[in-house]
Design a protein around this ligand. Structure first.
Ligand code: 13P
Length: 250
């Protein structure tokens, strides 16, 4: 069944002691059965610690990236098999920062998606257009291409392990959020695009999250839209109070 999900992408923030502080606050204030599935994505160094610390809570752990190979001579990289072995359940792939700063292409992401699924990781697949692309009215085409080339090679059976996060690049870390209408419009488009290729049942079941300057003040309005099933939260996920307010805005 389609789930409401709120995921915190901590990016390259929080050393071990900051992570412990944040975890303590999250554990103290999270309702026992929140109306949304809650996921946090710490840095690689803290994944196992976070998994252990959250073992008695409903909060699940995601990695922010992974390598497409199982193992080998790839200095500095981390594989899906390694992530699974330390309790990680999800992996964020295709974040715009990975695409823009680390030159990750759609073709590479397709390989990462396969490797993640093979290692029983659920994929949080990010897509979203740059400001220029929206200004040129190209945003639907851009998102369709990202989905088609990075994700649409998977089988129908694999869709149960996929969540999509629409993150317009111009809204990430800028304080400028897409309006609830803009988010709804793109989410409906994404669902329609999935439906055309994989059928309406799969499209109806897939959770599509919105990301980009989500805050306690705007979460409720965005999450109320029919095709918005939650959020991928950056900055506001670093403050327990804000993150939990967003979680509880369903
Ligand atoms: P902000 O919430 O800081 O805009 O970041 C969004 C994001 O990139 C989540 O992956």
């Amino acid at each position: 069944m389609r789930k409401n999900i709120v995921a915190g992408n901590w990016k390259m923030n929080n050393d071990l002691s900051e992570t412990e502080d944040l975890l303590a606050q999250l554990k103290q204030h999270l309702e026992e059965t929140p109306d949304a599935k809650v996921i946090v994505a710490p840095s690689f160094t803290n994944l196992y610690h976070v998994f252990q610390s959250l073992a008695d809570t409903p909060i699940e752990v995601a990695a922010q990236n992974m390598h497409q190979s199982e193992n080998g001579a790839f200095t500095g990289e981390v594989s899906g098999k390694m992530l699974s072995s330390v309790g990680v359940k999800h992996v964020i792939l295709g974040h715009s920062e990975r695409r823009a700063i680390f030159n990750e292409t759609d073709a590479l992401l397709a390989e990462k998606v396969d490797a993640a699924l093979k290692n029983d990781l659920q994929v949080i697949f990010c897509c979203g257009e740059e400001l220029e692309e929206r200004k040129n009215d190209n945003h639907f085409e851009v998102v369709k291409k990202q989905l088609s080339e990075g994700l649409f090679h998977i089988s129908k059976e694999n869709w149960k392990d996929v969540v999509i996060a629409y993150e317009p690049v111009w809204a990430i870390g800028t304080g400028e959020t897409a309006s609830p209408e803009q988010a709804q419009e793109m989410h409906a488009f994404i669902r329609k695009t999935i439906s055309e290729k994989f059928g309406s049942e799969i499209a109806a079941e897939i959770s599509i999250l919105y990301g980009g300057s989500v805050k306690p003040a705007n979460a409720k309005e965005i999450f109320a839209k029919e095709d918005v099933d939650g959020g991928l939260i950056g900055g506001a996920s670093l403050k327990a109070e804000d993150f939990l307010a967003i979680v509880h805005s369903f």
